[in-house]
Design a protein around this ligand. Structure first.
Ligand code: ZN
Length: 260
């Protein structure tokens, strides 16, 4: 089983009638519905207004893969929770960042850049080209697939060069965008997937659904990641108090206590 948590900001669907009609139970609820047809996924959801944004220590410890969707309130996500998610990714949790999540604190943290894009909301067609048909995230897709109505994201996408590029999108208006990018950070795998947008039914598209399912399997936390968690998580285990070989300690040592 893969323990998957789908995180959604969950504001647009509560405030806007059009968005509510497309995603009556929230974007997280919709993604959960199509993913839970897969018998190997154990799915939970969490949203921004929950205590600790629904991402408690226990919740993250029990999460192998985290999907992230946010748009209008990235800056209201507490830094402490971002630290916690980052730590969990470094330990091995998979992170899938969707669409406008490119500007989330956690994605910018993991990229180390502003992750800016060019964009236009004009309901145009997107043709998503598969760069590597042999990639696990492209399983079951053809040469390309199309989304009838999308928001345009254009280059330059200001992120570090990815380890792998799975998709490049072409838009009716002429722009192109690297729309499926793979990264590794610590032990964790990160996949950025562009399609989304709250006011168009992009997640109703079967090919988009297939990509999200494939990416959950690709990003799944490796069982060996537990070794890292057991040995390096608590700070008191990071300070080697007893040497492995007998050694005489030399030199002056600054007193760190006065900082506390
Ligand atoms: Zn959007």
């Amino acid at each position: 089983m893969i323990n998957l948590t789908i995180w959604n900001e969950y504001y647009h669907e509560k405030k806007d009638e059009v968005v509510k009609q497309i995603y009556p139970n929230g974007i997280h609820g919709y993604i959960k519905d199509f993913l839970q047809e897969d018998q190997h996924l154990n799915i939970s959801t969490a949203t921004q207004d929950e205590k600790e944004h629904g991402l408690t220590v226990e919740m993250l410890r029990g999460t192998d893969v985290l999907i992230w969707w946010g748009h209008m309130a990235h800056n209201k996500v507490e830094d402490e929770i971002v630290d916690r998610v980052q730590m969990r990714v470094l330990e091995g949790m998979g992170l899938i960042v969707l669409h406008s999540g490119h500007h989330s604190k956690i994605f910018k943290r993991m990229m180390g850049t502003n992750a800016n894009i060019r964009w236009a909301e004009r309901g145009e067609k997107e043709r998503v080209w598969i760069c590597n048909p042999g990639h696990p995230i492209a399983r079951g897709l053809g040469e390309y697939f199309e989304i009838d109505m999308t928001e345009m994201y254009g280059e330059p996408f200001q992120v570090p060069e990815p380890d792998e590029t799975v998709f490049i999108s072409w838009f009716q208006g002429g722009e192109v965008f690297r729309s499926g990018l793979c990264y590794k950070r610590g032990n964790g795998k990160i996949f950025y997937f562009r399609p989304g947008h709250e006011s168009y039914p992009v997640y109703h598209n079967k090919d988009v659904q297939k990509v999200i399912l494939n990416s959950v399997y690709w990003a799944n936390r490796h069982e060996n990641a537990q070794l890292w968690e057991d040995n390096f998580r608590p700070d008191d285990k990071m300070h080697r108090k007893t040497p492995i070989e007998p050694i005489e300690t030399k030199g002056y040592k600054v007193d760190h206590e006065y900082l506390k």
